[in-house]
Design a protein around this ligand. Structure first.
Ligand code: SF4
Length: 259
């Protein structure tokens, strides 16, 4: 099983295709994965590897480690484009996520005021007002929508909750009209004998309708970049991804970034 975990709470900076020079904040355990999805393409591997034994990092520890790292980077004359919440799972599952985000915004302003704070979020906790409010305070609130069709999104993202549907998440994503960035992983292949493909005409039409309804400030399309835990997945060629992005932009009027 693929298990590429981030073995620390603060990691990087790494160069991200989408975000530039990015310092990562991992609110999941350093030795395991905790997520409300179990995506076929997750770079941290499948949830079956378990949550480890280290537990979630405490709010105070995150702030201490982040302060230390930012101070060292500033001292060394390094640059920073973005602080990104990502890592071995879903950051909004941490019970102190809103307070940790606020600490991060404060530390950013103290050390690298020009840097952005981004959250990569899987959109499963948008029924919680405190999570929605916190995400609104981030500079880049990047929320996942991998398909607008329930059968496909369940196959691709494998939510823990049997109640998770595309309709529910699309409704909740409307809370970020004009401010959120909707991110969609495009791929095709198969898993356990079932075909999966979110690039078909039916899928793209449904996504276009969903993006129109959500009206985010931007759409990000990307495809597989690293080994995935499901081994029979195919990266969408850059040219095809660009063509899909151009169509979506033309039909929604929303800026589409293709990575
Ligand atoms: S939501 Fe993110 S962390 Fe969770 S399984 Fe999917 S890719 Fe992995």
């Amino acid at each position: 099983m693929q298990t590429i975990l981030f073995h620390s709470t603060i990691f990087g900076p790494i160069h991200s295709r989408r975000l530039g020079s990015s310092l990562g904040v991992n609110l999941s355990p350093a030795d395991g994965k905790i997520c409300s999805f179990d995506c076929l393409y997750c770079e941290a591997g499948f949830n079956a590897q378990g949550p480890g034994t280290a537990g979630l990092p405490a709010k105070e520890e995150v702030a201490r480690l982040l302060r230390e790292k930012l101070a060292a980077m500033k001292e060394a004359g390094e640059t920073l484009d973005v602080i990104t919440f990502s890592g071995n799972g879903e950051p909004t599952l941490h019970p102190d996520f809103p307070a940790i985000l606020d600490d991060t915004l404060r530390l950013r302003s103290e050390f690298f005021p020009q840097a952005k704070v981004s959250v990569l979020c899987n959109s499963t906790r948008l029924d919680r007002p405190e999570v929605v409010e916190a995400l609104r305070r981030a500079d880049n609130n990047i929320v996942k929508l991998d398909s607008a069709i329930t059968a496909t999104i369940r196959l691709l993202d494998r939510p823990n909750s049997p109640a998770f549907t595309a309709e529910k998440v699309i409704g909740e994503l409307k809370q970020f009209a004009g401010t959120g960035i909707v991110q969609t992983m495009m791929l095709r292949g198969s898993f356990e004998g079932q075909a999966v493909d979110n690039t078909t005409e039916t899928e793209i039409k449904a996504l276009i309708e969903a993006y129109r309804a959500i009206a985010p400030r931007e759409i990000m399309l990307y495809s597989i970049d690293r080994p995935t835990p499901a081994t029979q997945l195919e990266k969408i060629p850059a040219e095809e991804l660009r063509a899909i992005g151009a169509r979506i932009q033309a039909e929604t009027g929303i800026t589409v970034q293709v990575n």
